[in-house]
Design a binder for this molecule. Structure first.
Ligand SMILES: C[S@@+](CC[C@H](N)C(=O)[O-])C[C@H]1O[C@@H](n2cnc3c(N)ncnc32)[C@H](O)[C@@H]1O
Ligand code: SF4
Ligand code: SF4
Length: 300
């Protein structure tokens, strides 16, 4: 991260904490919900299968920028399916940087060639060793590993959603993050139980065990891009929700925190680590502030 960006975020954080402000700083644009996969844990793919046009996404970017957002995520559906004429997801990242976003990240399933050096991070979903990943995501593991090996930049961070299928293979993903060329780190979430995937949710005891494994991995020097001070809150789901510093834009509709905000009762069972990390940070939790600075400066 550039030093100027660090100071921008530090100033935003101090203002938010001192004056209990609710201004957003992190925005996600859903470029399409179309996807080439149908993962077992996912409730958001191919609902409309519309690829939103460039002009619309450009307007959404401008709107988010004017709201003060400086960390932008592109998400889907599958982001690498996005195109408009000759334009691809790479053009969106370049445009976002030109517009002034300080951090621009893309979330992908990794099944398409990875040529995205302008992104700060490519969050690439890996849901276990080959057996467990493929059990969640279909037969994609080998293709993804090939794409990572041929990637044109080393800005990849694994993204694992821990659920009933893959809860035993956290260590495998940590080792892969440490040992795979072009991969910087791994970031975790717990399964968030949408009504159609409730059976994949983890119990409190299972979350405790998962957090113990992640903490051990951190102690052993694995590159984990999460904050361990947030784990107790994630286990007990007693972090504040929703996150007012995060917004999501899908087809012109702006929502606070996540597109899941409209699902009744879901926030009480939220498994997204970023929500716990950001809400605790902006409540001024000193351990989280310290860990966040250390972790972001290391991996972004
Ligand atoms: C919806 S996908 C979109 C981007 C891309 N298609 C991918 O798979 O990375 C974004 C991330 O959300 C995760 N995810 C999907 N459903 C989830 C759920 N119910 N709880 C937690 N994470 C979930 C996926 O595993 C993926 O890492
Ligand atoms: S690849 Fe991503 S969007 Fe597609 S089904 Fe899987 S989690 Fe959902
Ligand atoms: S707190 Fe609610 S809106 Fe935010 S990500 Fe979690 S479930 Fe979605």
């Amino acid at each position: 991260m550039k030093i100027s960006s660090f100071f921008y975020f530090a100033k935003f954080g101090i203002r938010t904490i001192l004056f209990k402000k609710k201004d957003p700083v992190l925005g996600t644009i859903i470029v399409t919900d179309k996807c080439n996969l149908k993962c077992k844990h996912c409730s958001v793919n191919n609902i409309t299968a519309v690829i939103h046009p460039y002009e619309q996404i450009h307007d959404e970017m401008r709107q988010l920028y004017e709201m003060g957002i400086r960390i932008l995520f592109f998400c889907g559906g599958e982001t690498f399916l996005w195109k408009d004429g000759e334009r691809t997801i790479r053009d969106l990242v370049v445009e976002a940087k030109k517009m002034g976003f300080l951090i621009v990240n893309v979330v992908t399933n990794g099944t398409y060639p990875l040529d995205l050096p302008e992104a700060d991070l490519i969050l690439l979903s890996l849901d276990g060793d080959k057996e467990h990943h493929n059990a969640v995501r279909g037969d994609t593991y080998d293709k993804i590993m090939e794409n990572i090996s041929n990637a044109t930049s080393d800005n990849i961070c694994f993204y694992m959603a821990i659920n009933q299928i893959n809860k035993t293979v956290i260590q495998d993903v940590c080792l892969a993050a440490r040992d795979t060329k072009n991969v910087r780190a791994v970031s975790f979430n717990f399964h968030t139980p949408y009504p159609d995937t409730r059976e994949l949710a983890l119990s409190k005891e299972e979350k405790v065990q998962c957090c113990e494994v992640i903490k051990r991995m951190m102690r052993e020097g694995m590159p984990v891009f999460n904050l361990k001070s947030a784990f107790p809150y994630l286990i007990h789901n007693n972090f504040p929700t929703p996150c007012h510093q995060c917004v999501v834009m899908e087809n012109g509709k702006l929502s606070t925190c996540g597109r899941c905000i409209d699902v009744p009762g879901l926030c009480d069972e939220c498994g997204y680590f970023f929500v716990a990390e950001y809400t605790l940070l902006f409540r001024g939790n000193p351990k989280i502030i310290f860990e966040m600075m250390r972790t972001y400066l290391r991996y972004v």
